[in-house]
Design a protein around this ligand. Structure first.
Ligand code: NAP
Length: 496
């Protein structure tokens, strides 16, 4: 960053092997906020080789769980010490509000604290094989060299969901943040040096996925790839990794339904329901994998509910994330805004009714940034591409239902299955609907929350594997069954 080398390979910070760099742009005003090294495929091969050597050398994986637990805690302390700096980097890079970035860094910290605790209490599983002479146990061992690829919407948070369990398990790794938002991850890896992570355990590359992708994923020295990003990229990575039978975990996109029953009107939950639907879709300008982008609302309240939403959506203060008055920031890049604008044009051409937004803000102070107004389309149905496809922008589509079965059918009518919300004051109905929905996280009378101690991941084409929780650690571990006969005798199978 700004003349300092940004690639970390085998414990040495270095520039790209061909001297290449990339401008990092602040999406709030289009200014260049940093120039970072852009790794080449050769750098990628070096980084995997360094991670392989650090793993095969054995010293890191021989550390005790207690030692790694302590290291993770130290990292959490350093994250809190540097919280303001990291939050500022995240906002300059992604455009999100500083308030959101501060929450992100707290969440990153909690992930390290959680895995620090979990690895400290993990124990072998003893198995009774029915023979008192045999001690049988299943132990967990690190899976090996991991490639960790993260997206741009929650750069450090998504990376922490991978780095923390990988370190806890005793793995070595090559981390690749998104090419457009690498700043917080560079600062974070410097902080890992300070925490005392040995050379070669965490290697860092910045650069385009298209260029580095195959050097990282089409590599027999890699044991596990953890990827968070879009469906198309996930498919590519899975296909490439299959040639080496490399294990892959995919956290992909979502098209998440938020189902609202009419009973919210009389239960006193109306305002909170409107608020959660609004926040669920427009937080971070919709650039959230679990954003509740499909409102599925009971017909009898639909007109009033959409009107209440539109009134609040129009009042959202869109602006520079550094300005404390801003409630949501820009889209991440000009290219991404163009994609969102294409979806809005498509929605109109598909016959959806534009209720609000559908344009860039007119405020001249925002003209150089990639801002877009919160947008609501009513009268949508599942045949429309704006309902079926992930737009990853501030676009809410509205569908209506008249029965519980129809609401469930609509909620499940997606190729994705990442997250869903259900709003009802009827507890029995709430339980029926959350169990019927085929999504990895379902919120009942809430939306958007998660915790490091519970699993996160998708059904359907939202991916496979799980991050966070005990399963998020298990992804980075191999299970080994050790059968120890304490009183060996001949097997006696062959007689001569
Ligand atoms: P993306 O375009 O798929 O990129 C994700 C990461 O993959 C980036 O680091 C990208 O690098 C890299 N990449 C691209 N092509 C690659 C290849 N052939 N081989 C290896 N790596 C490659 O996704 P995005 O636009 O950054 O992120 C948005 C997507 O992420 C949305 O679909 C969103 O739903 C999903 N997401 C899912 C979750 C979840 O928990 N399920 C969480 C957050 C985001 P470059 O950027 O350098 O090209």
């Amino acid at each position: 960053m700004d003349g300092e080398p940004d690639l970390c390979i085998g414990g040495t910070w270095r520039h790209a092997s061909d001297g290449g760099t990339r401008d990092i742009v602040n999406p709030a005003d289009g200014s260049v906020v940093a120039v970072v090294d852009e790794a080449t495929p050769d750098d990628a091969r070096d980084a995997v080789a360094a991670a392989r050597a650090a793993f095969d050398g054995g010293a890191w994986r021989a550390t005790t769980a207690a030692e790694r637990s302590e290291l993770l805690n130290r990292i959490a302390d350093l994250l809190q010490r540097d919280k303001e700096d990291l939050a500022h980097l995240e906002t300059r890079d992604t455009g999100k509000t500083l308030a959101e970035s501060r929450i992100d860094i707290d969440d990153v910290t909690s992930v390290f604290r959680y895995y620090s605790r979990l690895i400290g209490v993990e124990a072998d599983t003893l198995v009774d094989v029915g023979d008192p002479a045999v001690i049988s146990r299943v132990v967990r061992e690190p899976i090996g060299v991991c490639v960790l690829i993260a997206p741009w919407n929650y750069p450090l948070l998504q990376m922490s969901w991978k780095v923390a369990p990988a370190l806890a398990a005793g793995c070595t790794m090559v981390a690749k943040p998104s090419e457009v938002t690498p700043l917080s991850t560079i600062a974070f890896v410097r902080l890992l040096d300070e925490a005392g992570i040995p050379p070669g355990v965490v290697n860092l590359l910045q650069g385009s996925g298209a260029t580095l992708g195959s050097a990282l994923t089409d590599n027999p020295d890699v044991d596990f790839i953890s990827f968070t990003g879009g469906l198309a990229t996930g498919r590519n990575i899975a296909a490439t990794a299959a040639a080496h039978v490399t294990k892959v975990a995919l956290e992909l996109g979502g098209k998440n339904p938020h189902i609202v029953f009419a009973d919210v009107r009389d239960s006193g939950d109306w305002d909170a329901a409107v608020d959660h639907v609004l926040t669920g879709v427009f937080l971070h300008s919709g650039q959230v994998c679990s954003a509740g982008t499909r409102l599925i609302v009971e017909e009898s309240i639909a007109d009033d509910f959409v009107a209440a939403l539109a009134e609040r959506a129009a009042a959202i203060r869109v602006g520079n994330g550094m300005d404390p008055a801003s409630e949501t920031g820009p889209l991440v890049s000009e290219q991404h805004r163009a994609k969102v604008e294409d979806y809005v044009a498509l929605g109109i051409s598909e016959g959806a009714k534009l209720v609000c937004g559908g344009a860039r803000p007119t405020d001249a102070a925002l003209a150089d940034g990639y801002f877009y107004l919160p947008t609501i389309f009513d009268r949508c149905d599942r045949s429309m591409r704006i309902v079926a496809e992930e737009t990853f922008g501030p676009i809410l589509t509205v569908e209506r239902f008249t029965s519980e079965d129809e609401a469930i059918a609509l909620g499940n009518d997606t190729e994705y299955g990442l997250a869903a919300g259900v709003r009802t004051s009827d507890a029995a109905r709430g339980e029926r609907v959350v169990r019927a929905l085929r999504h990895g996280t379902v919120w009942l009378n809430d939306f958007g929350y998660y915790t490091a101690s519970a699993e996160w991941g998708g059904f359907g084409k939202s991916g496979n594997g799980r991050e966070l929780g005990p399963s998020g650690l298990a992804e980075y571990q191999e299970l080994k069954h050790i059968w120890h006969n304490t009183a060996p005798t001949a097997a006696g199978w062959f007689k001569n």
